[in-house]
Design a protein around this ligand. Structure first.
Ligand code: SF4
Length: 225
């Protein structure tokens, strides 16, 4: 049994074994190793930005949050994954993508040869909407500058937008997730490549979409390459 087997099964993937049998897997690690950069002064700026978010009261969500969920990861990464907003467990812990959705995200990453340490993870909103309701337009307007500054500082080489909401905000689009998936986009004026896929929370409810997510992640990896 190869060590990726359990994670590929978690992703609903049984067609390929990770390794040289799948042509897209060849050379993945060496590709990634060449992409690490010196993060320099941006780490300090990112810490200062996180402290600013911790004190933020720009929208009403500050009244109901337990913790601000700024994001996690190092700057020496090429991949940025962006979701919608913290859920209940994230709100408690102050960390993005913990709990069942976080475990599935980990499997998604491992299925393409990455770990959580290889990616930066953030949400559009830094505070949890009560009862996980959809974010309001005013909340997005107030909070988006944090994400945009995060992207400037992390300087990812590829962005993966997870779910319709993150995709529409990052691409400033009204298209559906189905319309946005399956082709590479570019983020803003920086033109960072961006690929759209399903949110892990959706995959927990609709596991048949996991194989589509795998295809999206392979697309992102081929764009990065
Ligand atoms: S959601 Fe964003 S804008 Fe609203 S209080 Fe939290 S950090 Fe500030």
């Amino acid at each position: 049994m190869d060590r990726y087997g359990p994670y590929l099964r978690e992703m609903g993937l049984v067609r390929w074994r990770f390794g040289s049998q799948h042509p897209d897997m060849a050379g993945l690690r060496s590709d990634r190793e060449t992409l690490f950069r010196d993060e320099g002064a941006n780490a300090g700026r990112l810490t200062a930005l996180a402290r600013e978010a911790d004190r933020c009261e720009r929208c009403e969500l500050h009244r109901t949050r337990t913790k601000v969920v700024f994001g996690s990861g190092s700057l020496a990464v090429s991949w940025l994954f962006v979701g919608e907003a913290p859920g209940a467990e994230e709100d408690k812990q102050g960390l993005p993508f913990v709990g069942r959705a976080g475990a599935l995200l980990r499997s998604m990453l491992i299925s393409i040869g990455l770990s959580r340490e290889d990616v930066y993870i953030a949400n559009v909103l830094k505070c949890r909407p009560p009862s996980n309701r959809d974010p309001l337009g005013q909340e997005v307007r107030e909070c988006s500058p944090f994400l945009h500054r995060q992207i400037d500082l992390v300087q990812p080489e590829i962005i993966v937008a997870m779910g319709r909401f993150a995709a529409q905000v990052l691409l400033d689009s009204n298209e559906s997730l189905g319309q946005l998936r399956g082709r590479p986009h570019n983020f803003g004026e920086t033109l960072i490549p961006l690929v759209v896929t399903y949110h892990p929370a959706y995959l927990l409810r609709s596991p048949t979409a996991k194989s589509n997510t795998w295809e999206d992640l392979l697309l992102a990896r081929s764009v990065l390459a």
